[in-house]
Design a protein around this ligand. Sequence first.
Ligand code: P5A
Length: 445
Amino acid sequence: MRLTQYFLPVLKETPSEAQIASHRLMLRAGMIRQASAGIYSWLPLGYRVLRRIEAVVHEEQERAGHIPMLMPTIQPADLWRESGRYDAYGPEMLRIRDRHDRDMLYGPTNEELITDIFRSAVTSYRDLPLTLYHVQWKFRDEIRPRFGVMRGREFLMKDGYNFDLTREDALHAYNRHMVSYLRTYERMGLKAIPMRAASGPIGGDDTHEFLVLAETGESTVYYDAAIGDLAFGRRQVDYGDRAAVQAICDEWTAPYARTDETHDEAAFAEVPQDRRRQGRGIEVGQIFYFGTKYSETMKALVVNEAGERVPVHMGSHGIGVSRLAGAIIEASHDERGIVWPEAVAPFRVGLVNLKQGDAQADGECAKIYRELVRVGLDPLYDDRDERAGAKFATMDLIGLPWRITVGPRGLSRGVVELTCRRTGESEELSSAAALARVADIYSRL
Ligand code: P5A
């Protein structure tokens, strides 16, 4: 993409309404624009990030054997009356009436709708296990939408639903989700810790939230500093191997880590004193096992091996896809702007022409640009007629992980500059070598 042909409405001023870094930076970098309280348009740069986050989420869900689909945002109230949640959900639910006077709602979550789909098609244990998911907009009329996309009213969620014959099978689905989430967050450069949580309006007893430690997080957390030693790494997971999946969950849930909702002073006191920490965290996901809560009320029954009709065991599992854009920035920025991890960067490489209009610099940039596009490295070429300082400031603000800088002085010596956004380190090398280096980095993602 050439910047002169793009839409990147960066702000010079720091927006006064933004209280935390990610909100400020998303506004300043021209990623989002508020439409009304807690409801945002995703401008081209922000939309690119959202799609990258979604892509990682899809890859890891499909790797775990979960099946993508898409349900609508608007749901009929009758399904929620069946489960008993229509009245229970309260003012967070946006209720709508259509022209035929039918009660509808903008879905805050999809347990009812998916259970209805399931019961319309599945009647035998032979069709289990089954986990379906989608990535879809949700609406919750939050009393205090704030921090930009972190606590929105309209927000994008990946929500998955498992259907299993037995509690054991459903707990394996729960574990599969825990492990696939750990992989997902780590690929985005985040360390998210599963913490025992409270289930709220979703229901059930078994639930973990995934929290990224950050001072600006909305949740208070108590944890054993030993969580610092946890790392998923590049390990491969055989999702069919129950014991292996369980072992990973055990490892990640062994150190004490709770939100204030489930914090247990007595258990915390058993953590050695020098390792006890209290902090704040951003909730980027939550998984639930709620057994037959929906399948009983909504009659989602299957015939088991003995020929009896039994309610299926279910769970639901959510990732805050739009919130993640903010959470990643909270975890990765500096005074100059955003520092995107490679996996979610809106463009993989920034190309800066120090002397637009100089035949040699223009020619070399055009060549590098074509080559980056050809190998799929998705460059953003700053071809504006601007001074170098302004171009660098924009690149730093929008946080592309790698920048190639081309100018007449370097070219006279046969070199361009390759700069790493994270470390700020630059290196002079031939443009071919710079291209090869960047290609190599991304090939290892
Ligand atoms: C699990 C999937 C559920 O709704 N039903 C379907 C279950 N869980 S949850 O914890 O309530 O939400 C899942 C994740 O969505 C994000 N989230 C939000 N993101 C931005 N703004 C909001 N107002 C908001 N509310 C929830 C969180 O990351 C949460 O973990």
